[in-house]
Design a binder for this molecule. Structure first.
Ligand code: GDP
Length: 364
């Protein structure tokens, strides 16, 4: 693995751990990183022993879009599933610059000092468009990236948001089977990825800033509504008072939202990832939430709902990819596109012709 840069990107695996590519477009590179695909049990045994190299290789297989990796990846996931029950999954979002990576580093050091094992995964929609991702470029977790109790995995960068989200969720399962009991999934607060992260975590934390006026810093109301807790970061130096004012403002704003289905009223706290002030309080809030929702049954319900969403999503994906990858359909789409463009048939007629053809071809 390479460590040419002066400072390592936050979302890179720590030194000493082989770092397979998370970009799956390049067939040759991919094959170099996983020279020979082994049977699923080989990876699973390694994962259950806590072997990070095999964990990384297994995640690479899960992230891979190569058809020959699909079967083994699915077997690895199935074998890991029974071993991935006892974790807490936390989603963290906030606009670029709010301090996500600094905060995760601070929280991560706090947790590992208390005996937790932490995996940090990321969903970074920007990395799908360009090599330069918002998370990867801007963040660093220097201490955490060399902490033996932490495992940091960069965002998979190929595919649609849905695809990336699924890979991240599956990677989280493997990390849980490897003994990581806290999983943090980080995302940039700029779009739909928050919804994806929210759908795979037990607690969703929104990081915010003070002093940005009343407007919600580009954070949409819907995202605030999704939050199980809010932390106003950078409450240090001159900013302490402003952070406190912002805290009260956001706490009042939250009162206007309908009651959360968790039965837990989201809290707004202030903290400083730089001075480490109140990082412990934020963790206590998360623990309190987990305790309460386990008691009232919501924790279990949320996970069950997520499992049912995952199933539906997987069916959608499988049906869609079966359709679009069928060679006869691909030919027909090309042909029919010309006819719709010429105005010979409507797009709806075109869709019906294609669906009927697929049904005839496959008997589905
Ligand atoms: P991200 O883009 O959300 O991951 O934000 P970063 O963690 O990269 O932080 C952006 C900038 O804010 C960096 O210069 C950090 O040093 C700084 N920063 C992060 N947390 C704090 C904090 O609690 N207090 C202060 N004063 N600066 C912070």
């Amino acid at each position: 693995m390479e460590h040419k840069k002066e400072h390592k990107s936050a979302l890179h695996v720590q030194q000493g751990v082989e770092q397979p590519s998370s970009v799956n477009e390049d067939f040759l590179k991919q094959m170099k990183k996983v020279p020979k695909v082994q049977p699923a049990e080989y990876y699973v045994n390694g994962i259950l022993r806590g072997d990070r190299i095999l964990l990384s290789q297994a995640i690479t297989l899960v992230e891979s879009s190569l058809p020959q990796h699909h079967q083994v990846a699915q077997s690895i996931i199935a074998l890991c599933l029974p071993h991935s029950k006892n974790s807490i999954r936390i989603g963290i979002t906030g606009v670029p610059g709010v301090g996500k990576s600094t905060f995760i580093e601070a929280l991560g050091m706090h947790l590992t000092a208390r005996g937790h094992k932490l995996a940090v995964l990321a969903i970074d929609p920007s990395s799908q468009r360009s090599k330069g991702s918002i998370l990867g470029d801007k963040t660093r977790m220097e201490e955490l990236s060399v902490n033996p109790a932490a495992y940091i995995r960069p965002s998979p960068s190929a595919g649609s948001l849905g695809g990336v989200a699924r890979k991240t969720r599956e990677s989280a399962l493997l990390c849980e089977a490897a003994g990581f009991d806290v999983i943090i999934i980080e995302t940039v607060g700029v779009g739909q990825s928050e919804t994806a992260v929210h759908s795979m975590v037990d607690f969703f934390l929104l990081l915010m800033l003070s002093g940005a006026g009343d407007e919600l810093q580009g954070i949409k109301r819907g995202i605030m509504e999704m939050a199980d807790g809010i932390a106003i970061n950078k409450a240090d130096g001159d900013n302490v008072r402003r952070a406190e004012i912002a805290r009260m403002g956001y706490q009042n704003a939250l009162h206007l939202f309908p009651p959360a289905p968790s039965g837990y009223s989201p809290k707004v706290l202030v903290c400083s990832a730089r001075t480490l002030s109140n990082i412990d309080t934020v963790w206590e809030m998360i623990e309190e939430y987990i305790f309460q929702t386990r008691e009232n049954g919501y924790f279990e319900i949320r996970r069950k709902n997520q499992a049912s969403d995952i199933m539906r999503e997987f069916i959608d994906d499988t049906l869609k990819s079966g359709f679009y990858s069928h060679p006869t359909i691909q030919d027909k789409i090309r042909e029919i596109n010309i006819r719709t463009a010429n105005g010979e048939i409507s797009p709806y007629q075109a869709a019906q012709i294609l669906l009927k053809l697929y049904s005839d071809l496959t008997g589905k």
